[in-house]
Design a protein around this ligand. Structure first.
Ligand code: PGA
Length: 254
């Protein structure tokens, strides 16, 4: 019922030329893939070129962030959701833990960004996840709960049916230390139960919740067996077309 999403988050990697080369290589590797949505998030400067190369394909483009302000306006250095859409993206990652950690994004900012993305017709991929100290202190669920309450504040049920969530435990990002399928499933099912309380059954059952944090070709199939894991947000392993295509095609490699 929930169509899986496999999304690659390239972070601050790849020039326009490198990004275009990547998608030209990736396209034939996933041309027959129908079981999931495939999304790639290049840097802002490469969105247009990548989107052009992907026209008519089964791969969609995301931005890695959007401005909180809808604009247009005097916000030096920012790129609005409408501009990202104009460049050819259909999704926008918001609230990634690196944005929260290095650029002081709060749940309030994440909420503004999610709403700006929705207003521009983008599908926001809203990231949540606890740090290791919060998990060690027994506060993993309360942390994620606060992020959900703040990040999704004032969204209508209709808007919530147009978002994707990504659970990315900070301790698993870029560390090679993937959450076990059991730990991930526990949090995904917690998130869904919170969505049920906040927005109702239809939204909770419909929203895709992706797992992120050291997803690789050799652990994706097992993660995807969990009932509440609806896909993956992939960092490092999305930078190579072969490795990313093996993650996308996890069903064939089982
Ligand atoms: P990783 O990154 O796959 O390299 O751990 C995931 C992410 O930051 O989205």
């Amino acid at each position: 019922m929930r169509r899986p999403v496999i999304a690659g988050n390239w972070k601050m990697y790849k020039t326009i030329r490198e990004a275009v080369d990547f998608v030209q290589t990736l396209k034939p590797l996933v041309v027959a893939t129908t079981h999931c949505e495939i999304v790639i998030a290049p840097v802002f400067t490469a969105i247009r070129a990548v989107a052009d190369r992907l026209e008519g394909s089964n791969i969609r483009v995301a931005s890695q962030d959007v401005a909180a302000e809808t604009g247009p306006g005097a916000f030096t250095g920012e790129v609005s959701a409408a501009m990202v859409r104009d460049a050819g993206a259909a999704y926008a990652i918001v609230g990634h833990s690196e944005r929260r950690q290095y650029y002081c994004e709060t749940d309030t900012t994440v909420n503004q960004k999610a709403r700006s993305a929705l207003a521009a017709g983008l599908v926001p991929i809203v990231c949540v996840g606890e740090r290791i100290d919060q998990r060690s202190a027994g506060k993993a669920e309360t942390t994620v709960d606060e992020q959900l309450l703040g990040g999704l504040a004032n969204l209508t049920a209709q808007e919530v049916s147009n978002i994707i969530l990504a659970y990315e435990p900070v301790w698993a990002i870029g560390t090679g230390q993937t959450a076990t399928p059991e730990i991930a499933e526990q949090m995904h099912s917690f998130i869904r139960s919170r969505l049920r309380k906040m927005f109702g059954d239809a939204q909770a059952d419909g929203v895709r919740i992706l797992y992120g944090g050291s997803v690789k070709p050799d652990n994706i199939a097992r993660l995807m067996q969990e009932p509440d894991i609806d896909g993956a947000l992939v960092g490092g392993a999305s930078l190579d077309p072969d490795s990313f295509s093996r993650i996308v095609n996890y069903k064939d490699s089982r």
